[in-house]
Every structure is written in structure tokens, then in C-alpha cells.
Design a protein around this ligand. Sequence first.
Ligand SMILES: Nc1nc2c(c(=O)[nH]1)N[C@H]1C(S)=C(S)[C@@H](COP(=O)(O)OP(=O)(O)OC[C@H]3O[C@@H](n4cnc5c(=O)[nH]c(N)nc54)[C@H](O)[C@@H]3O)O[C@H]1N2
Ligand SMILES: Nc1nc2c(c(=O)[nH]1)N[C@H]1C(S)=C(S)[C@@H](COP(=O)(O)OP(=O)(O)OC[C@H]3O[C@@H](n4cnc5c(=O)[nH]c(N)nc54)[C@H](O)[C@@H]3O)O[C@H]1N2
Ligand SMILES: [Mo]
Length: 705
Amino acid sequence: MRKPPWYTLLVSKPEDGTWGRSTVETACPLDCPDTCSLSVSVERGQITKIDESERHDLTGNFICNKVRRFADRIYGVNRLHHPGVLKGIKGEGQFERVTWDKALEGISARMIQIRDEYGAEAILPLSYGGSNGLLSQDTADAQLFRRFKTSRLARNVCAAPTTTVTDALYGRMPGVSYDDYQHANLILIWGANPSTSASHLVPHIRNAVRSGTALIVVDPRRTSLAKEADIHLAVRPGTDVVVALAIHRFLFEHGYADTSFLDNHTHRAEILRERAKEWPIDRAAAVADIDAELLERAAEMYAETSPAVIRCGWGLERNRNGGNAALAVLTLPAVAGKFGVRGGGYSMSSSRAFHVDENQWIREPEPNTRIVNMNHLGRALTEYDDPPVKMLFVYNCNPAVTLPDQHRILNGLNRTDLYTVVFDQVMTDTARWADVVLPATTFFEHYDLALSYGHGNVQLVQPVIEAVEEARPNADVFSDLASKLGVDVDELLQTDMESVIHVTNMLPDIVSQPLLDQGVSPRACPVQFGDTFPRTDDGKIDLAPEELEQKAPEGLYRFRPDPNQEKYPLVLVSPASDKTTNSTLGELRTRLAHLQIHPDDAESRDLATGDTARIYNDQGEIHCMVVVNTDVKRGVLSLPKGLWRQSTMNESTANALVSDELTDLGDGACFNDARVEVARIVTATLDGQDIALWATPETGQNRVH
Ligand SMILES: Nc1nc2c(c(=O)[nH]1)N[C@H]1C(S)=C(S)[C@@H](COP(=O)(O)OP(=O)(O)OC[C@H]3O[C@@H](n4cnc5c(=O)[nH]c(N)nc54)[C@H](O)[C@@H]3O)O[C@H]1N2
Ligand SMILES: Nc1nc2c(c(=O)[nH]1)N[C@H]1C(S)=C(S)[C@@H](COP(=O)(O)OP(=O)(O)OC[C@H]3O[C@@H](n4cnc5c(=O)[nH]c(N)nc54)[C@H](O)[C@@H]3O)O[C@H]1N2
Ligand SMILES: [Mo]
């Protein structure tokens, strides 16, 4: 085995048991486009400070406050220290300490019993990004579950629509890199909020704006970049497809469509042109509830300015029209002829450009077993019966708060005949429902590789402290479980360190000498249609891909209005927050979360800042405080994503109101499509007890809680 030089950097306890001081370089692999380099101070084996590291040019100036205080998670009261088995009632979070051996024996016995009785498909492994490192999943875990022939999981909670669309249009072509934003004369940020979700892109945007670059933001919220923008199109959530189609129509009708580019590099432009015809500026503006003149000005600016780059985010994909929205937005640079110059084109996720094929090291084909879309977890746990889900093995994921239809998921987790294993770093809301909890290491305690889906660098993640108490890395635990089950796991995947070495040796395109020497790979900044071209069969862009046309319920470039709009006129969105990464670190939120509401919506419901409100629809309700301001559009409410149940007054979070309907393309989640109503909650005292009263708009009467 070729051992990379950093192999020797492992910080281990000195022989004499005394710890010195050291500073260790690593990287943050959390699910965020920026994957910052970190410089971590360690004293006596404990982390004392987490800082940025100059090792990485793009992230070397600052890191986020979340990760700065990650030690509060590592050493916090919520940390899982030992394996435990349920003691008492599910959901209460009481566990009895057991040894690793006993815990894994118990799990393996139950897996065998379930397989014998119901078939192995009754076991559902559920994982998503976790710390999002390349190796925190799809190594030993995948080998084990494939060989055991459990149900398979469609990991569609995030980026499924945008990935489906970019793959079909551009086939994993790399996007415009952060570095090249300075060359753009127009930056169009569509459904992204980099100030929170990719903060190292922001200095590049601001530098460009300072030197005269125009900025357009399309977002139902007045984000901090929207406040600085030349034009802010505060669209109604889910209407992006018609806004983008109106811009296409404008380009075609006013002679801005780049016909030579379309002829040479695309197919089926006429379909796009035809469908865009249906969306004159006025009609689209009315549907999106924006000013038509402003939309026309944005279209004109985009048409006339080059280089122009579109930063497409994930906010626009999370609704019933999300796939078509991404399609209409990501085809704009092709029609407007924006490619071929530095700073021109689009950026989406860069992770697909890496060409990583996990099957190389999983070395076991996927079995032909049932596929469960993780967005349908609640349904799977409560309705699937062929076979029913009898065991749920959760790792790298916190479904009780991050997946759609929270109540249905909690009802499922509450089943006494469901055996749930939760392998996590802390006692999450999901872990409270476990039959067995297993303690996982954090990325400060194990090896991994951080692949940035923003800037495109790959970095080494290495332990800076020893594992806290009995926490263990994923690979180690899954290979141990496999051996108890009598399932083979490759020797080279049995620990996180072996996996990193093994996998890096298999990725010569990614793992270059600089990564091995300094922990950071070099970054490519290719010009789209200059240095890099669509990785499609013929190198061209199919503007209306046949396979997508068949999948979309009403075809491509179509808008589907919401049938519930009358009953529930408000839309709840739940964007990324600067306090958490998804729900990771949510345990550290000490204050209750608040809902943002526009003054007009608040006034008609007699709500003022500081009031407690009930946000509800047919699926459930959330009780929390409101803050009234114009940072959200009229008709739109906003509550942060990733809240733990402790952060609202009734332990329900945004996903209690999010249905498990899937997006038009890619079978993704409709997080920003929750149709709701809001009412004020008044508290009163009755017989010495606090009770809550609220007015329901339908009846105008008060109800007692
Ligand atoms: N601090 C922090 N950073 C993160 C994360 C985190 O939780 N916290 N999560 C990471 C992950 S997993 C992801 S996927 C990315 C997501 O990063 P972003 O792409 O920035 O996604 P969101 O924050 O979900 O939403 C972005 C914006 O879309 C807007 N929006 C909502 N609905 C619509 C719509 O219908 N149309 C349009 N045009 N805009 C809409 C929201 O108001 C929000 O301002 O961020 C990553 N970075
Ligand atoms: N309402 C609403 N909900 C959303 C979204 C939204 O916009 N609105 N966005 C969604 C998005 S973009 C995403 S990506 C999903 C993410 O949803 P999840 O994948 O559930 O992400 P996290 O909440 O960060 O949960 C990851 C869990 O893995 C654990 N973990 C981390 N590293 C390891 C490890 O090495 N081993 C093990 N065993 N565990 C580990 C963490 O402690 C954490 O509890 O959430 C989605 N949920
Ligand atoms: Mo995500």
C-alpha cells in the first residue's frame, strides 16, 4: 500500500501519556460548498481553538462561526459517548450503556432474524451527507448492505432536480469557479444565498460589484446580497420557471438569441423557443408577483452584458416546478450566448465534475432490491408492506428533522415493532427514537477527503484529537458489523485511514502530488466552451432532453400552479441558516427560532413582532414567535432549515408542514413549497393553568389548545 506523506501526521498520544501543544492542519468536510482548510490548536489532547488556515487561498481569510465553535459539539452534553440500548419508551432518549461488542451482536442478530422472517429488503439503511466527506459513506457500509441485499435508498433529499437537469444538459461540465467571478460584468444569483451558504464566494462577488459589475438577485427574500443588488426580483416561490421563460422569450424576440451558438452547440432550441412564447414578460411577472418593468430591465441587462455568470442555487429546486425551474435558468447562457469567455456561463454544483465512481472500491454491484426514495421515509415506515420496513439503520442523517412530512416520520419511528439503529455523534432528535444508539466520531477525530462542490479543491481531513470516549468512525463500525454477520468487507476498507489511503490511490485524477504533500489539490478554473465542453454523447447541449420530457408530469418548461393556494395562501420557505449546517450543530441553538413574516401579512392577521403564532396546514402546525419585516416577500414566510425540535414551542419544525410530494424532475423534496396559514396564539390562564387560544381564519372563532 502506498502511504501518503500525511499518514505520519496522525496525532497520537505520546508514550509517556503527556500531551504537548500542537497545531494541526485539516479541512472541514461539512455539507457546504466551501470546505475550508482549518488550523486547529490542540492542548493536552483537547481542541482549544479552531481557525482558518492559510493553506487554502480561497478560505484562508476566515471561517464560519459554526465551525469555530465545533468543539462545543465535540465536548458538549449532547455528545454520545457509548453505545446504548433503549431503556423505557421510544422517543424519550433514555439508553442503557452497553459495550460495542454487545451492541453490534444485538444488531447483527436482529438483521438475521428480520432477513429470515421478512427478507433482507425489510432492512432500510438510511444515510445522507453526514459530514459529507467522500468516505463517510459508500465504503464498508455499502459493501455490507449490498452484500446483505437490504433495500436501497434513493438519496434525493437535496440537489436531485438540479443534478438531473445539469447532467442532461451539460453532462457534468465544470462550472465557473469562484476565482472567475471577478471577470464577470453581470452576476445573476438565482435561488442561492451565498452570504449564508457559501460565504467565501461573497468577497468575489463584492469585489466585482465594487469595480462596476452589475448584480441581479432572484429570491423571495431580501437577502443581504439582494439588498446590494441593482435588481432584486422577489419572485413568489415556485415561479422561477416562468420568469426564466420570459427572459428566453425576450432573448428570442428581440434578436438577442445567439443563433450561431444554438446551431453549432445545441439541439431542440425550437422547443424551448415555442414554450417560452407562452410567457410574455407581463404574464410571467403577474404569476411571479413581481414588477413587469423590473423583469424586462433584468432581461435586457442579461441580454446586453457580457461576461455574465449565473450562480444557480438550490433554493429554486425545492418545489413542484423545481426541475423545470433549473432547466429554464440553466439554459439561459446557451440561448444568450454567454459561454466561451472567462467569467461567462453558470455555476451549479462542482461535485459532479470530479468523476468519482464509488463502485471502483465498493466492488459489489447494487442488488436488484427495492429502492426507497428518502423523501418518502414517512410513507415507507407507515405504509410499505411488501415487505414492511422492520429495521431502519440511520447514519449520516437526522431524518426526524430534515426530511419531509415530519409527523409521518415520527409516527413511523414510534412503531414499537420497528427496530431502529441510530449511529451519530450526538443525541439527535432521531437518536431519541432509536432502539440502539452508536457513537460516531466527528471529522476532528477521523480521516476523510473533502471534495468541494463549490470551489473544486480536494482536501485531506485528518484527526486532530483521539476519538472522544468510545466514538468510532463509520468504516470501522460497518466492517465490524459485517464480520459479525459473516459478510466480507475488503481489508482495505476496514478503517477510515485504510479507506482514505486505498481510495486516494484509486483516484489519480483527483489525488495529485500537492494533495499528498500539502493536503490541498490544485483547482481548475476552466472557461465553459473555451477549455471545457459538455460531457454529453456528442458534446452538445440538448435543450429539451427526450428522457426528461417523458418524466416531467406536464412536459418540459411547464409551470404547475398550486391547487391549495386558495385554502392556504402563504408559502413557507426554509433556507439555510448561519447557525447550523442542515441540522448539524442545531443542539447548540439556545434560543427559540422565529418565523419571518411580511408586514402586510402580519397586519391582516393582527400579528406583531414578538407575538406567538400558529403556522398550520392539513399536515400539522408549528408554534413559534414571529418577527415582522420586509426581508420576506408578501405571501412568504421563512423559518430556518435544520432546526431541532427543541427550537420551537411545540417541537415541530418546518418539515411538519412540508408534504412529501416530489419535484417535477429528479424526484426531489418540495421544502420551499409548503402552503400554510398563520394565526396569532393568545395565552390566558384558566384555573391556574396556562392555555393557548388562537383565532382560526376560517371560523374567526377562538380555539383552546
Ligand atoms: N450555513 C449553512 N451553509 C450551508 C448549509 C446550511 O445548512 N447552513 N447547507 C448546505 C447545503 S446542504 C446546501 S444544499 C446549500 C444550499 O444553499 P443555497 O443554494 O443558498 O440554498 P438555500 O439556503 O436553501 O436557499 C437559497 C435561497 O433560495 C431562496 N428561495 C426559496 N425558494 C425559492 C424559489 O422558489 N425561487 C427562488 N428563486 N429562490 C428561492 C431562499 O429564500 C434562499 O435565500 O447550502 C449549503 N451551505
Ligand atoms: N425544511 C427543510 N429541510 C431540509 C432542507 C430545506 O431546505 N428545508 N434542505 C435539505 C438539505 S439541502 C439537505 S442536504 C438535507 C440534509 O439532511 P441530513 O443529511 O439529515 O443532514 P444533517 O442534519 O446535517 O444530519 C447529518 C447527521 O449525520 C451526523 N454525522 C456527521 N458525520 C458523521 C459520521 O462521520 N458518522 C456518522 N455516523 N454520523 C455522522 C451528524 O451528527 C448529523 O446528525 O436536509 C434537507 N432538509
Ligand atoms: Mo443540501
